[in-house]
Design a protein around this ligand. Sequence first.
Ligand code: ADP
Length: 167
Amino acid sequence: MAAQPSRIVAIYPGSFDPITSGHLDLIERGSKLADRLIVAVLENRRKQSLFSVEERVEMLTEVVKPFPNVEVGWFHGLLVDYVKSRGANFILRGIRAISDYEYELQIAHMNRRLSPGVETVFLMAGEAYSFVSSQLVKEVVSLGGDVSGLVPPLVEERLKRLMAAPR
Ligand code: ADP
């Protein structure tokens, strides 16, 4: 009997506060490499966020609809525990610049030490989005700048609404 090819189940973890077009580009490209891609929002109580985990999951769920093998989840605690709980074998992360590389290298080594069977795979940011971060997008919107094209339209709408009526 022919051996079953092993399935690639990847987790793409992050804050996604909010999701940007850079994240979405990575999701689209990652979805072509994996059989299943799970985009996972990290609930980090130590980090102040603009959107709640529920809101981030809701926005992500909407924007990943075009990709049938992509789903959305959330987790707290150790990423490697979440990876195991979802039966995944890969972690997907993006690299925009050298500054990302240094941070990502450290985290990838730690995750491999914690869970030797799980590999972290990196994709280079799309050229058009290598300067885009959730943080910068929030700053620009808060100062009245235009971020169209840098975030999905529904996120732009949510950001504008939030800036018009801050909570
Ligand atoms: P975290 O707080 O975990 O860094 P982010 O939501 O900022 O969460 O990023 C999640 C992942 O997506 C990270 O690997 C980050 O490097 C990557 N990423 C963020 N912005 C972009 C972008 N514009 N293009 C490609 N990858 C990106």
